[in-house]
Design a protein around this ligand. Sequence first.
Ligand code: DX5
Ligand code: ZN
Length: 250
Amino acid sequence: GVKAKIAPSMLSSDFANLASEAERMLQFGADWLHMDIMDLYIISIDINCRLFHSISSALLPFLFAPKKNRHFVPNLTIGAPVIQSLRKHTNAYLDCHLMVTNPLDYIEPLAKAGASGFTFHVEVSQENWQELVQKIKAKGMKPGVALRPGTPIEQVFPLVEAEAPVELVLVMTVEPGFGGQKFMPEMMDKVRVLREKYPSLDIEVDGGLGPTTIDVAASAGANCIVAGSSVFGAPSPQDVISILRKSVEG
Ligand code: DX5
Ligand code: ZN
């Protein structure tokens, strides 16, 4: 079978102490560190009620601004400078999840900064995914593709079957944008379809994973597990990481 990769989402960590938070997670048994790199646009693509209420009213003028003005800053959370700072403190695998409009712009800066994995969204790369994958590989990073809950799984098949394929598929189990949301079990159909078609593919799940939701994800075939609030919010993050691993590895 495929090996478990437990990836605490640093979005739930104390950003002011990122290096020690990372170190702590590795000591607790984490395999990867999941780094969420976001800008505003992808969050606003198909605004739904839940997200609408989560976004502070101060941001609304930007969300409804013409497209070219939507990037208030290039990154709303973590960007290449933060990855670069963290890289100076750790050799860990930095699993970067790009929730941005133009992933191409970030390949070079993130590679330089020391990113290990580069996972872009299929929704923003329908025209240039081949170029993206080739450039990510050329820079020595592991290429991955992510899909939002509303995106059909068929959209990633060509990327997995390409001559230069993605090496990981990230199935979002919440709407991207924020940690601490509720796991969507209906996304497990996507995971099952992927696992049946591609027995050795790295299949990552992201959003709402923790001790109460891991078994359904693991039995569907997910092996890379992102977990933010369930790990950072636990009295013993170590126990949570070990529960996640046992569920995947059996
Ligand atoms: C959401 C991010 C996730 C998030 C997961 O947009 O992609 O990585 O941090 O957080 P939890 O595990 O709290 O749902
Ligand atoms: Zn993520």
